[in-house]
Ligand binder design. Sequence first.
Ligand code: B12
Length: 138
Amino acid sequence: MRRKSAVVASVASDSHTWNLVFLQLVLEELGCDVVNLGAAPPDDFLTAECARIAPDLVVISSVNGHGYQDGLRVAGQLRSHLAHASIVIGGKLGISGDLSPAEVSSLIEAGFDAVFDDSAELAAFTSFVCGLPVRVAS
Ligand code: B12
C-alpha cells in the first residue's frame, strides 16, 4: 500500500525550527513520507513547493504568535493549488493563548481542514492523520 505523503512547513514570519522537527518525527512514526520545508518559507515558495510535491497532507506549524494572521493569508493560496489534499495548521497560533472559536472558524473558512492549537491533545492530530485516506496516484 502506498505511504501517505506530507509536507511540514512554517509560515513566512516564523523562524522556530524544533516544532517542525517534532512534527516530522511524529508523521514519520505514523508511516508518512515527509518533506520538511523548514522555517520562514516565503508564501510563493511554500505554495509552489506544495503544488509541486502534491502531498496528501500539508501541516503548517507556527509558534511565534503570528500563526493566525499568517495562516489566514496562506490558506487560500494553498487550497487553490491543492484541491484534494488535507491542509492543517497548529501550534501557538496567537499571542494570548489559544485562539477563540471564532478565530478557529475563520481559519477553517480560509481553507484549513483542521486547527490544532496548543490546547489540542496530540492524539487528536495523530487520529486525524491516521484517518486520512491514501489517494491513488493518477
Ligand atoms: C527556542 C525558542 C526561540 C529560538 C528559536 C530557535 C530555533 N532554531 O527554533 C529563537 C531565539 C530564534 C526564538 C525567537 C523568537 N521567539 Co521563541 N521561543 C523559543 C522557545 C524557548 C522554545 C521553542 C522550542 O523549540 N520548543 C520545542 C518544540 C519541539 O516545541 P514547540 O515549539 O513548543 O511546539 C510544540 C507545540 O506548539 C506543538 N505544535 C507546534 N506546531 C504544531 C502544529 C501541529 C499541527 C500540531 C498538532 C502541534 C504543533 O507541538 C510541539 C511539541 O509539543 C519558546 C518557549 C518555550 N519554552 O516553548 C519560545 C517562544 C515560542 N518564542 C516566542 C517569541 C515571542 C519569539 C520571538 C517573537 C521573540 C522576539 N521578540 O524576537 C522570536 C520570533 C522569531 C520569529 N521570526 O519567529 C514566544 C511565542 C509566544 C506566543 N506564541 O504567544 C515563546 C512561546 C516564548 C514565550 N513564552 O513568550 N525563539
